[in-house]
Design a protein around this ligand. Sequence first.
Ligand code: PGA
Length: 249
Amino acid sequence: MGKLIVGNWKMNGLGTSLAEAQAVAAGLGSSSGGPGVRVGLCPPATLVERMARSLSGSPVLVGGQDCRAEASGAFTGDVSAEMLSEAGAVLVILGHSERRSGYGETDALVAAKVEAALRAGLEPIICVGETLAEREAGRAVAVVSAQVRGSLPQALAGRAFSVAYEPVWAIGTGLTPTTAQIEEIHTAVRAEMSAVLGAPGARAPILYGGSVKPGNAAEILSASEVGGALVGGASLKSVDFLGIIAGAG
Ligand code: PGA
């Protein structure tokens, strides 16, 4: 199955940055990594609608970076899945470690957001990952397995979604796990997905995220059970992002 390569712009990007997204779309013809590679970009909420418009007709999928579980209401500053969908998003990143640690998002809250995404017809990308302290304590597999168990609602069965394994210590640091470490966690994630969801959990892609760059993408993406990548910093520049996509072939 084709890989899914998604860029997470985090809180970066003004209107001028849409040129980078257009360059990604333009470059896909020549740099696309093999048949069936799916490419997405998740800009800040303010740019979702404009990016979706400017990329309409291109194969690049647009997504949000978070959503509220409720469809509407008195939740100052928040954005619902329905709002993202209306703005043109088809993907949404949920449970990113920057949300889990910075906003106290629990597995139960992430699961509720996943249900909201499905309700609105969005394809969720559900993030999990251990901290350095948890890895050093030998708890990486246990922590990530528990996150998968708690963050994946039954409603995912039969729906399009992915899980992204992003070790917290690899995000934005330039550090990456070894291929063996990635494979160990992805194997555990797969087992947990199958246990929670049955057969549908055996098929959905498991992405790797954390300091993916053009120089390491091909090796990471060829590891077993790696179905794609979630890319932060290197997705802000179209040449770097296209270089990563080329590694998905
Ligand atoms: P990074 O971020 O690629 O900049 O390490 C990844 C992420 O947070 O999704």
